[in-house]
Design a protein around this ligand. Structure first.
Ligand SMILES: [Cu+2]
Length: 160
């Protein structure tokens, strides 16, 4: 009965190792479009390959890539007036670190009302666990599992 507990300990350790070594998952970030002539938050910092979803809260607006109120052709949602509508940055848009500017291309919303925003893609953070340490952790987990199993077998034979 006691021996059966050992594989559970091993599974727990292995799960821990895999969690520590696993790749960081891409996240999605939300920006509100309107009400008024606003993107909120107007300035957003994300990790490489994260995505951004804009949700229309109010008004007639667009989310159009480009600096200085000029479209650069990277992406554009088109003009939308329906509250609750969403637009997500196309796959690969934010793969490279840097500052990406966008604006509302409806009328003079950008030039007269400064309806602009930025998405800053931070430089790739170093992995939390380097590849070499992953193997060291796995070896430690296996050793601990083996020791746990051995102790439990030995323990069960010990007279009371
Ligand atoms: Cu607008």
């Amino acid at each position: 009965m006691r021996i059966l507990e050992a594989p559970l300990s091993f599974s727990a350790l292995l799960t821990l190792v895999l969690l520590l070594a696993g790749p960081t998952l891409a996240a999605n970030h939300n920006v509100a479009v309107g009400p008024g002539f606003t993107f909120s938050p107007a300035d957003l910092t994300i990790a490489p390959s994260d995505t951004v979803t804009w949700t229309w809260v109010g008004g007639f607006h667009s989310v159009t890539s480009g600096a200085g109120c000029f479209a650069d052709g990277l992406f554009g949602s088109g003009n939308i007036s329906t509250a609750g509508s969403t637009f997500t940055s196309p796959m690969g848009t934010y793969a490279t670190p840097g500052v990406y500017e966008y604006f509302c291309a409806v009328g003079t919303h950008c030039s007269a009302f400064n309806m602009k925003g930025t998405v800053t893609v931070a430089t790739t953070p170093p992995p939390s666990v380097p590849a070499m340490e992953t193997w060291a952790l796995l070896a430690t987990a296996l050793l601990m599992a083996a020791l746990t199993l051995r102790l439990r077998i030995t323990g069960s034979r010990r007279p009371l």
